[in-house]
Design a protein around this ligand. Structure first.
Ligand SMILES: Nc1ncnc2c1ncn2[C@@H]1O[C@H](COP(=O)(O)OP(=O)(O)OP(=O)(O)O)[C@@H](O)[C@H]1O
Ligand SMILES: Nc1ncnc2c1ncn2[C@@H]1O[C@H](COP(=O)(O)OP(=O)(O)OP(=O)(O)O)[C@@H](O)[C@H]1O
Ligand SMILES: [Mg+2]
Ligand SMILES: [Mg+2]
Lengths: 568, 568
């Protein structure tokens, strides 16, 4: 007989760690640096803090040859992590704060934990974390991972007084700086280019110090979380939105509990549920919806007012005639039968039927106004008053398909994006390349599969540029991508251009910097090194390159004419 | 404050399903076909059953345009899945039977569940599974996935009489056959090439029937699970092997329980633990180790013989003076204190100290004989009698590093591999290409990072080959790889060859079929479409190509001379 096993997600990524960029000591050292630096920058961006990030890599034993043990430490002045979240944030895979629909470098809830895992399996040492959220006290932890169970094991924990807020994370890991060093230096250099408001310091194993001071003192607007766009839905997403809408609707009773006495004009201090039900049925017409909900629940659960505040309604199953709720007093789920008639039951039926399709569309999605909702409902073949809780399975599929194919929704709202901006990108490229020619462009917001994105790009030519031949710097959500360019959509677009037509020779001293921002970068791998060629993204990149290439071409002509004039 | 969340692995792969090959209706239809067909072939290979696999794709509504809803069904004559495992096998991500170190197509415990997930989120329909393990009764299930909780929800379940053993799985999903069709037909065609002992039938949405009958009636030897090779270890692997060794050692007491009476010459039917302890200490010298273990445990737990059979020892913590065990009667973990002296305690101390390093190496690893173990121990700076349970953290790292770097271990044992064989590969290529020239080679077993692998390759030229220019067919563990060739190591190697030197023109009617077999194919993505360029694999591929290219070159010269002779 077959022996079946369930493995945890940390076990999965332990066995398949090359999928996450931890394939050998060279690549792993690079990936570990990235994961920690990107976490620090995300944390600072989130809170509008001008980032000061320090990266230190030291060899444990200078007499050993590569590959050998290194200590990797990253310090930031960010918001830190609250004491109760530190062990899980670093000790659990698929645990994080970046799962919402908003632009950030992180998205998987994996990165830091994978770096720590790699350190642990090569050196057996715990990760050290120092976190201060208030600049007064820091909590320090030493944590080992239980890889099979996907949970942290705290080895040591203490507190100390500090003067600065922020996070420090330090691991020991087997790395190869002789091979990874130049990639790491490029990574720091390019991060500084795309994050001109961040100050980054890098101390390498040979005690060299690379300092990149910020050239901007203003931060871009932090992005905000937004509702899903209709083009990004599937049946599962809609089902969850309907469940959420029902839960929001039902849980209004919690606000009603303090109002019960007044609304029902009850005399007793602690009225029985019979008294509540009886009084409520007489005043039913004058009761607010949330009060009605509270009463219907006390009636079904046969409980008093105080009990209402200790429970959470989990689900209402009309077919089975049951209410499922969680009793916080005993930490257990319970069930109560629903009486199949009367005003309380029909109120509960209404709760389950839920809001109408029209308000569901305008409230829970982005970019659907009342008129658009109406037109869409007609297109999809529903009625405006359709209650979302009463949609059967076929309807859900019809709604999902129609939302994805309806063409008259407005393009997604880009306030969930935080592009760098043309001026900061230009200043960054100017500082790093000191070119003769520099042109940047920020395209308007576009979308793929309902995910908004913006392309920013710059071309620099001549001046202090040392390299020969088009050198393409790829960025996504302000992360430099240094590997796997062969299967990245940006290289595909750049190579498809006939540069000769724009007067660019094959050994031109030219640099292209391409920056894609999105609530969700379509990476091809968990290691976040290359971007998939979604048609919408490819098209926007092409338009950006063509625009900049034309500008470059005019410059090349003018320059050509000027040189000829000189010769004459 | 940051809102932290834990997401389940199914939720992770739902959100990031393009990582697993489910990026759009075209690709998803293709990937779903692959996942089910590869499961059927794996299951048959496992049990030495000549596979009969039938793949059926039907459009639900022929009047609709692509992309539209399809029903995808795969039937096999394999061993089926036992009733109790069906819901988890198909309804849970990271659950499977292929996590051991042995060649198989599957490796992640994801594939089938992802296809079912994609079907569910596009059509809201449950998967239907019919499984018969005995050819007499089939269990049929309709299963929906709870994606947030990573568990199956059984909608329907029933039994019926059948005449054949095997599995049928059927999903409804949104697909685009107009775009995916040619890739799917190529996949079936190439699967038949690399699996010449399998009969595959494909019924497409237009009612075409493609039949590929088996051309071989013998199956290759099924691979066997083997011990890890020392080059494949890290500290985590060694730690787990030590824990396993300790558990194996301790759990021998279970065999001793029936022998206790006889060994201790006990008169009572159910002696008290005092009686057992007292009798045992007098006969200690004559007791077998497993009997001593049983006695030491009854003494620590102060229990009788019957109780011993209801417990499982989980851990022994000498520092804390505790035995942790699981009581199956009450399904709870319990703890008992360990008395710190006496013969029972020192026996327990020996159990914890564990086996000696020498036997640990020869028993638990592959390819370490007694002499090699001795030389290795000397190289690593340990003593032969070192007890593995007493290795401290520094020692574990030293042992791990030494195992990885010691160069005199034999190459990994390839009995865990199941290559196709030169003759089957040749017959397959002959049947499919009917070429003028055909040469195949199977390289000897090699290894990367301790994982054994074998390269098989064939070059076919002329004859009925229609394509112009070198066409490379890539296979890994008998799976055709049809996407992302641009970042696959095989294409890299083929393109690096200067084919002109071998008299091959750029429009030659030539085919290369490359097959990599390994206990672990280093795929770059969860979607299993391209293989990473591990240096050892790249080198073996290069040697294989060069060998075949030289043979082709001689053929081209002979042919060239023959044609010249004709002309004259
Ligand atoms: N330097 C830091 N400052 C503040 N919070 C941090 C820091 N580093 C990590 N975190 C928190 O820990 C969580 C887990 O980090 P981790 O890198 O594992 O996942 P992630 O960044 O969410 O996603 P990804 O895997 O894509 O990097 C983050 O979501 C964030 O909330
Ligand atoms: N046709 C089949 N016959 C017998 N067993 C099967 C069949 N299909 C699936 N299984 C069982 O179900 C398990 C889960 O299948 P699934 O495809 O999800 O994972 P996997 O094949 O182990 O790994 P991978 O994700 O790499 O495909 C398999 O490990 C296998 O034991
Ligand atoms: Mg991160
Ligand atoms: Mg599978």
């Amino acid at each position: 007989a077959e022996r079946f096993n369930q493995i945890s997600p940390s076990e999965f990524f332990y066995r398949n760690r090359d999928l996450a960029g931890f394939s050998n000591p060279t690549r792993s050292l690079y990936t570990a640096v990235r994961e920690f630096v990107e976490n620090s920058l995300d944390a600072c961006d989130q809170k509008g803090i001008l980032p000061d990030v320090k990266l230190v890599i030291r060899a444990e034993d200078d007499t050993k040859q590569d590959p050998r043990t290194y200590t990797l430490t990253v310090h930031d002045n960010g918001p830190g992590i609250a004491e109760e979240h530190v062990p899980l944030a670093f000790g659990t895979v698929l645990y994080g704060s970046k799962f919402g629909l908003k632009q950030a470098r992180g998205m998987f809830g994996l990165g830091a934990t994978m770096a720590i895992l790699y350190g642990q399996i090569t050196t057996n040492k715990p990760v050290k974390v120092y976190s201060s959220t208030d600049g007064d006290v820091a909590h320090s932890f030493e944590i080992l991972l239980d890889i099979q169970k996907n949970k942290p094991v705290i080895q040591k924990k203490s507190k100390k007084k500090v003067k600065k807020r922020g996070l420090v994370v330090s691991i020991s890991l087997e790395g190869d700086y002789s091979k990874a060093g130049s990639k790491i230096r490029d990574y720091v250099y390019q991060t500084s280019l795309i994050t001109p408001y961040a100050s980054i310091t890098f101390e390498d194993p040979k005690d060299n110090k690379f300092v990149y001071k910020r050239i901007l003192k203003t931060m871009p607007e932090p992005p905000t979380i937004i509702n899903p766009h209709p083009h990004g839905v599937d049946v599962e997403t809609i089902r969850r939105m309907i469940v959420q809408s029902r839960r929001d609707n039902i849980s209004t009773y919690a606000d009603a509990v303090p109002l019960l006495h007044k609304a029902l004009r009850l005399k007793e201090e602690d009225p029985s549920h019979d008294a509540i039900s009886e009084r409520a049925s007489r005043r039913w017409g004058r009761l607010k919806p949330e009060v009605r909900t509270a009463v219907a629940i006390t009636d079904a659960l046969k409980c008093n007012r105080a009990y209402l505040q200790d429970i959470t309604i989990e689900d209402i199953d009309l077919d089975a005639g049951m209410i499922h709720y969680y009793d916080n007093n005993v930490s257990q789920s319970r069930t109560a039968p629903l009486q199949g008639d009367g005003i309380f039951y029909s109120h509960i039926k209404n709760l389950v039927a839920g809001e109408q399709l029209h308000s569901f569309l305008t409230d829970r999605f982005q970019r659907i106004g009342p008129k658009t909702a109406q037109n869409f409902i007609k297109f999809a073949g529903f009625k405006s008053e359709q209650h979302i809780g009463l949609l059967d399975n076929k309807d859900l599929v019809k709604l999902s398909d129609s939302l994805q194919t309806y063409e008259d929704f407005l393009a997604p709202n880009p306030s969930c994006l935080a592009p760098l901006g043309e001026s900061p990108l230009e200043q960054g490229m100017k500082k790093f390349f000191e070119p003769d020619f520099l042109e940047v462009i920020q395209r308007g917001a576009s979308a793929y599969s309902g995910f908004p994105f913006i392309i920013e790009m710059g071309i620099a030519y001549g001046g202090e540029i040392q390299s020969r031949g088009i050198k393409t710097y790829r960025f996504a959500n302000r992360i430099p991508l240094l590997y796997d360019e062969g299967s990245d959509v940006v290289l595909k677009v750049v190579n498809d251009i006939d540069w000769g037509r724009y007067k660019v020779k094959h050994d031109a001293p030219m640099v292209i910097a391409s920056h894609v921002c999105s609530t969700r970068i379509p990476y091809k791998t968990v290691g976040k090194e290359n971007v998939a060629d979604r048609p919408e993204i490819e098209r926007e990149l092409k338009l950006a390159v063509q625009f900049l290439a034309r500008r470059l071409s005019s410059y090349m002509s003018r320059r050509g004419k000027a040189e000829e004039a000189k010769k004459r």
